[in-house]
Design a protein around this ligand. Structure first.
Ligand code: ADP
Ligand code: MG
Ligand code: ZN
Length: 720
């Protein structure tokens, strides 16, 4: 493992492993079969690339797309790792060289498409070398239950069985248990260990806003992302073309991508995007599968996606480099109707039902009032326990204006009851609005007391309310017929025993807070470095991010490295990259510093309270201000966040071993003082690490916030 760690730094230029990478690499090195489930951008490649460099023999990597393979091989070459690729896109001469490199063990990794495995020359080659590891990337392609089944993947099981002494590692970003079981079975994996990483991508800033004037909203969003790469997803080809036309007329650098274009046009446009020649791709869902571009800074959903899986995968294409990326969804009810129209066309009942359920989940997500990460991460079967992620719209604003909606609830529920619990929401709303339809007259429902009692809201508002009643379990919808039925909870509301709270309006979020983070690096130096990178990329005909990631350039524009030692400290700079590019970039930085009177070297140590680009994190600033006498209340107002967010900030500060003054905390605790000691005793025996467990232990009778506050007091007392 020491070797793995040193390769991580010397070859790839990274200081530490991402979650699970270390465990997976260890398992592979011990020749245990492994299944890895990690979200897009999670860092799956290193899990087999590092072992490949340690094994004596060869690692074969099966991957479905030629473009992905080429990209990977190029990235490895830039890091100084010899890797080979065998497919039909190579010239006979290149093909022969690659075979030779594998034969004489010069290339430790060989990338192959699944259909190549049955070719004679490849079978022949593999029988002559020692095969240590078989890697199957995008392994969900083997399962008919995945979203991207490929027949050629089916023969991988037989292939794997031919090499019993090789270890097998399968990697995917698809999390369903069914697909996982399929992968293990079809690959004949031997007592594999599963590694399932968290699906939370902390660097994605997630927002959903009502779609009002989509073009204007799009332009505003793009204006916030000047000079950055991004993807806009649309529902239809026509929408893609229209948007492309209007945006390019305004001077935005865009290209379209959809199934209506020729293969050639699509490839060209994708290539321009990857090489940073074009900044924005406007696409239907067809775009993104084959790209590894690490510096996609934003994803805009111009229209509602059909399901959460696609949505999550699409936003996941941004921020692979770990830097903050903005994901915005424009949400409108007419989009739901559009998708429903297509769903209704489906002949197969099961298919229709499943599509309907997927769409329902998507809408529920878009309407969520809680942290966006809760419904998102829960959807993938993972528990998300943090109340406030600090990087989604709902956590940054108070969001929806919550009001008492008991009266409309009572109206709606009695209309459901009076009409016999056999109608869907559309009909109920027609009754409430006093519509003069044949269906209503046929049922004589114009005579009901609920007829026409809901005219204070329009149809759209009633639909919004109805969905909230569903979400709050006041009504159930029959999946097959769509009819609504009352629940016990509904009767409590009708009998005036309980109230209902919900929303009709979205508060306008404080604009400043939702703006992209301030850039705290030296922007002119960054531009200089970026231009240089682009120039080299053009000469070598490779994507710029393969040379250095944006993250690497940003760190250079913060720390101003001017010698070998400090250059190697930059994220993503390994020995080979220093050798290839140090002589080009170092003089550039030195010159810049001299011209601008910047003193070097700068310290490059990165502490927990500082962001990668040297900025003090907000929780540090907040906590220091608090210690200097600011009250929690005032801090909340000042930063335009809730009191809870400030408390979370303070908690984070104390978790790092810092002390805060405790006098300001006691008056926030609702638990009577005589009970505090009991909590402290539990802290003493159980430790304070797992607050959620302690919360359960008290049967949730003590509020989580109280526990948080008491924990801080406890920690600070111990330090005395
Ligand atoms: P995946 O295949 O899971 O989608 P990749 O393997 O392509 O993800 O990795 C995504 C990005 O993260 C790449 O740019 C990669 O260089 C970077 N990365 C991977 N591991 C680390 C690490 N330990 N530290 C820093 N960056 C990493
Ligand atoms: Mg990958
Ligand atoms: Zn959140």
């Amino acid at each position: 493992m020491d070797k793995a760690k040193s390769i991580l730094k010397s070859t790839f230029g990274y200081d530490s492993f991402r979650p699970l990478q270390k465990e997976i690499i260890e398992n592979i090195l011990n020749k245990n079969d492994s299944l890895v489930v990690m979200p897009t951008g999670g860092g799956k490649s290193l899990c087999y690339q590092i072992p490949a460099l340690i094994f004596d023999g060869l690692t074969v990597v099966i991957s479905p797309l030629i473009s992905l393979m080429k990209d990977q091989v190029e990235q490895l070459r830039q890091a100084g790792v010899e890797a080979a690729l065998l497919n039909s896109s190579l010239s006979p001469a290149e093909y022969a060289i690659n075979i030779q490199n594998v034969k004489n063990n010069k290339a430790k990794l060989l990338y192959l498409a699944p259909e190549s495995l049955v070719k004679d020359d490849i079978g022949n080659l593999l029988s002559k070398v020692k095969l240590d590891c078989i890697t199957v990337d995008e392994a969900h392609c083997i399962s008919e239950w995945g979203h991207d089944f490929r027949k050629d993947y089916r023969q991988l099981g037989t292939f794997r069985s031919k090499f019993p002494s090789a270890v097998c590692i399968a990697l995917t970003a698809t999390a369903t248990p069914r697909v996982q079981t399929d992968i293990i079975k079809n690959l004949n994996m031997r007592s594999p260990q599963k590694f399932i990483a968290s699906f939370n991508r902390e660097n994605l800033f997630i927002r959903v806003i009502p779609k009002r004037n989509p073009f204007e909203q799009t332009v505003n969003f793009l204006d916030e992302h000047k000079n950055q790469s991004g993807i806009i997803y649309c529902f239809s080809r026509k929408q893609v073309d229209t948007l492309h036309e209007s945006l390019s007329r305004l001077g935005f650098s865009t290209k379209p991508y959809h199934a209506g274009l020729s293969d050639e046009e699509r490839n060209t446009n994708q290539d321009l995007f990857i090489k940073d020649e074009v900044q924005i791709i406007i696409a239907t869902i067809a775009f993104g599968m084959g790209i590894n571009k690490s510096n996609v800074r934003f994803v805009l959903h111009h229209d509602l996606p059909k399901n959460i899986e696609s949505y999550y995968q699409e936003i996941g294409r941004s921020g692979r480099d770990g830097l903050r990326s903005d994901c915005l969804l424009l949400f409108s009810y007419s989009d739901i109707a559009k998708i429903n129209y297509f769903i209704d066309q489906k002949e197969d009942d099961k298919e229709r039902l499943s599509a309907q359920m997927h769409l329902d989940a998507m809408v529920k997500y878009a309407e969520a009032e809680v942290c966006r990460r809760i419904p998102l991460i829960n959807y993938f079967g993972e528990k998300y326990n943090i109340d406030n992620c600090g990087i989604c719209d709902n956590c940054l604003t108070d969001g929806k204006e919550i009001i008492d909606i008991t009266i409309p609830a009572q109206k709606f529920l009695s209309a459901v009851k009076r009409t016999g619990e056999i109608f869907g929401a559309n009909y109920i709303i027609d009754v409430l609005l006093g519509a003069e339809s044949d269906k209503i007259f046929g049922n004589r429902h114009q005579n009901l007391s609920v007829y026409g009692i809901g005219k204070e809201f329009d149809k759209k508002q009633w639909h919004l309310l109805a969905r909230q009643f569903l979400n709050k379990d006041l009504i159930l919808r029959d999946i097959e017929f769509g009819s609504l039925k009352l629940t016990q909870k509904a009767y409590d509301v009708l009998l005036r025993n309980s109230k209902v709270y919900g929303w009709l309006k979205v508060k306008e979020p404080a604009a400043a807070k939702l703006k992209p983070a301030e850039r705290t690096y030296d922007e002119s130096l960054f531009e200089l470095l970026r231009t240089k990178r682009k120039l080299i990329a053009e000469q070598k005909n490779i994507p710029p991010y393969v040379i250095f990631s944006d993250k690497s350039l940003i760190e250079m524009a913060v720390y101003y490295p001017t010698d070998k030692e400090s250059f190697l400290k930059i994220n993503g700079v390994g020995n080979r990259k220093y050798e290839s590019y140090g002589m080009i970039f170092l003089p550039l930085i030195k010159n810049y510093c001299a011209k601008n009177n910047i003193n070097t070297p700068r310290p490059t140590a990165i502490s927990a309270g500082t962001t990668r680009n040297g900025q003090k994190r907000r929780f540090m600033l907040v906590s220091e201000a608090y210690n200097n006498g600011e009250s929690i209340d005032r801090l909340a107002t000042k930063h335009n966040v809730t009191q809870q967010t400030i408390i979370n900030n303070l908690a984070r500060y104390t978790n790092l071993g810092n002390k805060i003054r405790t006098d300001g905390l006691f008056n926030l605790i609702t638990l009577p003082k005589e009970h505090h000691q009991k909590v402290f005793e539990v802290f003493k025996t159980e430790g304070v690490q797992k607050l959620s467990v302690i919360y359960q232990k008290f049967n949730e009778k003590i509020s989580y916030t109280d526990l948080q506050l008491l924990k801080m007091i406890y920690l600070c007392d111990q330090k005395k």
